[in-house]
Design a protein around this ligand. Sequence first.
Ligand SMILES: [Zn+2]
Length: 245
Amino acid sequence: MAWYPIGESSYGDLRGQMQYVNSERIAQQWLSLVRDFWARFGYRLSPNEARRSRSRQSLLYNAYLRNGYPKAAYPFTSRHDEVLHGNAIDMGVTDAAGRNRALTAAEFAWAQQRAELRGFTWTGRNFGEPWHIEGATRAEHFPPYPGITVSNALGISPVPAPEPKPKPTPKPATTTPVGDIVNTFIVRLGSKKVPFLVNPETMRCMQLNETQTSFWKARGLQEQRDGQSPAIVSSFERVSGKGAA
Ligand SMILES: [Zn+2]
């Protein structure tokens, strides 16, 4: 079966993965819907998921059995099944920063209606999924835009692209500023009890001096006797600088 690209997902573990449907016409109508949505709302409609591989269906279903959520169709019965269907698309929005969000109620209402003018049916209405549409399931009221592809779908931008935000400079990990979330614990080194601070983000570890121990105690944190073995502690990088003993 030939597969036709409809744009990248920004959703969960599918982020950055191109999505596909099983017909060129459905792809063109989806991309036309993306262009319509952009012109109407100034946001990029994107496929959270379209074709779903059989291995992924099994994976999702096993996770559902294990955890009770998120709900997943019995393997190979999904409307996204890569063998039996391939015409289903779950709609999402990718914002200017590349983050995924759900459509608003107004956006869903508009997109569902518009999709049905482009040969899709919002079949999700039957199972509580406002995002789920299936292509080539009804007559088209509009043809797709001629020559539309994934790369030109948005056409001319109706809103100026926002300035890219400068990336925040990462803080040097050699200090643990007051107010950071830190784990504290006491280790015994020989007969000596030594308090440490560990930054859970960087897993960097620093020994506390007495002033900082007072600060730590003032926060009412519990001493964890032998909470960490010296072997584990020694695998941490000990850093010097502000706050180090
Ligand atoms: Zn779906």
